[in-house]
Each structure stands twice: as structure tokens, then as C-alpha cells.
Design a protein around this ligand. Structure first.
Ligand SMILES: *Cc1c(COP(=O)(O)O)cnc(C)c1O
Length: 398
């Protein structure tokens, strides 16, 4: 390539120097509680497939049946030739799960956030977002052209002060937040946030990507779990985490969904969700409601891991490596070494010990950490292996 592209090499070299270079690593075959990689079996602590549904034969059977009936592609946008009865069935199932009037499915959760935010607000408006919001929420704010301000993570006092000083200068206001924060695993104080929204006449968009299927009696999400189900909120989520498929959705009032079908370019000008993905997600919505024992097993693991980790840390000597547990309240558990280099080293070491764990680094997060996600399908000895490996990490010489 010509000189106009020389900066690419320099940019990559800078990423390497900062330990921020990323590359993909292939997993062989199906990803469940364990995975195969280059002949090694690893216990999988890096998956969003919280309930183990991505490898469930019932989802596979539903997807195969849908391909036989409808073919592999949707062949057009939903408003042209891409709409099938199957899409509608999934949308009704999501609305029933969420306890909302209606829902609509998008090609991904990322696109659902972009589409919903950019349709709800524009340049005369204000978006207030949590500092730790997912990339798609931040991108939605930018694409909308609204004034975007961030409040400190989970800090309702800061949110209130921003509302107090800025709300009156704008036409509409939208507060955006993850319900379970994707990289920290902690929870949004949703009830207080909705109170503030009501006081200051603001809309609220909650991203339930990591909560759907995981929180709530019915697996509806954190909105249900915190008893906020009846309150006016725009719910966004993904079909690709606990639901084991691919795609995203927005759920809410009939008027909201009707409006988005008319005004969200990321839904109007893109091909309808594939029949296979749609059918798999539909099967998953049924399973998460009919099999609450999956959620119970998951939470059993979460509570056991948090308790045992905290016991380890309380007993650790001061010579152990600096490793801190971030305050999480979900199947996402994070341990923080003291640098990006130490995080990479620790994740290599964990892999040698047979664990597949994510090393998450800036710019995804402000500080590097090891991020473990638990699954309902982990066996007790998988959990033991995790705790033993962390104990080894803590007592390594540095
Ligand atoms: C994963 C995730 C998304 C994106 O969902 P996809 O369906 O994978 O595009 C959006 N928001 C949050 C909080 C997520 O964790």
C-alpha cells in the first residue's frame, strides 16, 4: 500500500507496546462449559451463554426446521420481503417475557441500541449515560446528534445534578444505562434512576443484555427482579447471550414499537433476522421460562464463587500478588491485577492451568482485569478448578 497507509503500521506498533494489541483465537467445535482448543480441553469462563442454551439440541432442532421451511436468508428488509410469521412469534414471545405491550427484533443488540437511541433523540435533545455504559449505548448517543453527557458510574447524585443543570435547555432527555454492567458485572440502581427520570421528565433506555434469562423469577431481567416492571422504560437486549442465538430487541409500549418500526433506520434498511436465528431464539424464550432450575444452578455457582473468593482474599498473605475482586452481583466476576501486562500474564497462566478466561483491557475498560463468566452448565469440579487456579495465581512470585 502507498504512504497514505503507513500510519497503520505505526498504530499497530503502538498497540503492541501498550499491551493493547488484540487478535482472535479459534475454539474448535461447540462451545459449552468446556471448549477444545489446539488439542487442549479448557473450562470455559469466557462465554455469555449463561444458561448453556447455545449448544442445546432443542435450539439446533428449531433452527434446522426453520431453515427447511423458510430457507437460510430472510431475503429482504422486514418492510419489504423479509418479514415472516416466525419474526412476529418471536416478538410476541419477547414482549410476554418482558411483560410489555410489544417488542421488535433487530439484527444485533448493538444495532438495537443504535436504532432505538437515534430514533428517540436528535440534535435538540440530551442523552445522559453511565460512564461504564456498553459501547453500543455510547455509539447510539453519538449517532443521534444529541448532546451527550456522562454521569459517574452508578452515581445517582451526579445524574441528578446533571439533570438539574442541563435538562431545561433541551427538548427531550434520554437516560441510558446497562442494567448489569457488561465488564464489571455490577447492577444499575434502576429504581432510583427511574424516580429521577420521572421528576425531570426524561425517558429511560435500559440495556438488559446480561440480565435477560439470568435475573428475575421468570428470567425477564433486572427490571423484573427489581420490581420495576410496570414503569415506563425502553428495554433493549440481545438474543445472543443467555438466549444462545444471534440478534437484538427493543421491548416497550405499543406506541414506542410502532414508532420505531417507522423511524429506526437500523431496522428499516437492513435485512430481517435469519430464520434459523429467529427460531433458535424463540425456542430459548420458552426454555428460560420453563426451566428455572438453570437459573438456580447459575446463581448457586455465582454465590459459591463469590464466597470462596472472598475467603481466599481474606486469608491471603501480603506477599501474594496484588489481585482485587471488583464488586459484582452477577455471573460476571472480575479480578484486577495491577497492570495490563500482569493481566495478560495471568490469563496465559490460567490457560496453562486449563481455564479459558478473558483478559479485558483498555479501551474496553478503564483498567485491565480478568473477567470470568459463570454458566449454569458448569459442573462442581469446574468451579473447584477455577478457585484452585486463582489461588495459585495469588501465590505466584512476582
Ligand atoms: C453484548 C452487548 C450488546 C451487544 O449485543 P450483540 O447482540 O452482541 O450485538 C449490547 N449491550 C450490552 C450491554 C452488551 O453486553
Amino acid at each position: 500500500m502507498g504512504d497514505s497507509y503507513a500510519w497503520l503500521d505505526k498504530s499497530l506498533a503502538a498497540l503492541h507496546r501498550a499491551h493493547r494489541y488484540r487478535s482472535v483465537q479459534a475454539i474448535d467445535g461447540m462451545a459449552g462449559a468446556t471448549i477444545q482448543r489446539q488439542g487442549q480441553t479448557l473450562v470455559n469462563f469466557a462465554s455469555n451463554d449463561y444458561l448453556g442454551l447455545a449448544s442445546d439440541p432443542r435450539l439446533a432442532a428449531a433452527a434446522i426446521a426453520a431453515i427447511r421451511t423458510y430457507g437460510t436468508g430472510s431475503t429482504g428488509s422486514r418492510l419489504l420481503s423479509g418479514h415472516r410469521d416466525l419474526h412476529r412469534q418471536l416478538e410476541c414471545a419477547i414482549a410476554a417475557l418482558k411483560g410489555t405491550d410489544d417488542a421488535m427484533v433487530f439484527s444485533s443488540g448493538y444495532l438495537a441500541n443504535l436504532g432505538a437511541i437515534a430514533a428517540l433523540v436528535g440534535s435538540p435533545d440530551l442523552v445522559l449515560g453511565d460512564d461504564y455504559n456498553h459501547s453500543s449505548l455510547r455509539a447510539g448517543g453519538r449517532v443521534s446528534g444529541a448532546t451527550v453527557l456522562n454521569y459517574r458510574h452508578g452515581d445517582m447524585t451526579h445524574l441528578q445534578s446533571l439533570l438539574g443543570s442541563h435538562r431545561h435547555q433541551h427538548r427531550r432527555c434520554l437516560i441510558t444505562t446497562d442494567s448489569v454492567f457488561s465488564m464489571d458485572g455490577d447492577l444499575c440502581p434502576l429504581s432510583e434512576l427511574l424516580d429521577l427520570a420521572q421528576t425531570y421528565d426524561a425517558m429511560v433506555l435500559v440495556d438488559e443484555a446480561h440480565a435477560t434469562g439470568v435475573f428475575g423469577q421468570r428470567g425477564s431481567g433486572l427490571v423484573e427482579h427489581l420490581g420495576c416492571g410496570g414503569r415506563p422504560v425502553v428495554t433493549v437486549g440481545t438474543l445472543s447471550k443467555a438466549l444462545g442465538s444471534l440478534g437484538g430487541y427493543v421491548a416497550g409500549s405499543r406506541t414506542l414499537i410502532d414508532f420505531l418500526r417507522n423511524r429506526a433506520p437500523g431496522w428499516i434498511y437492513t435485512t430481517g433476522l435469519s430464520p434459523a436465528d429467529t427460531a433458535a431464539a424463540l425456542a430459548a424464550t420458552q426454555i428460560i421460562q420453563q426451566e428455572p432450575q438453570r437459573r438456580q444452578r447459575l446463581w448457586h455457582h455465582v454465590n459459591a464463587v463469590i464466597q470462596r473468593l472472598d475467603r481466599h482474599f481474606a486469608q491471603a498473605s501480603t506477599t501474594a500478588i496484588p489481585l482485587r475482586r471488583l464488586p459484582s452481583a452477577s455471573p460476571i466476576i472480575c479480578l484486577q491485577p495491577n497492570s495490563a501486562a500482569a493481566t495478560l500474564k495471568a490469563s496465559d497462566r490460567l490457560q496453562q492451568m486449563g481455564l479459558w478466561v478473558a483478559a479485558v483491557r483498555p479501551p474496553t475498560v478503564p483498567t485491565s482485569r480478568l473477567r470470568f463468566t459463570l454458566m449454569a452448565t458448569h459442573q462442581p469440579d469446574h468451579i473447584d478448578q477455577l478457585l484452585e487456579a486463582i489461588s495459585v495465581l495469588m501465590h505466584l512470585d512476582h
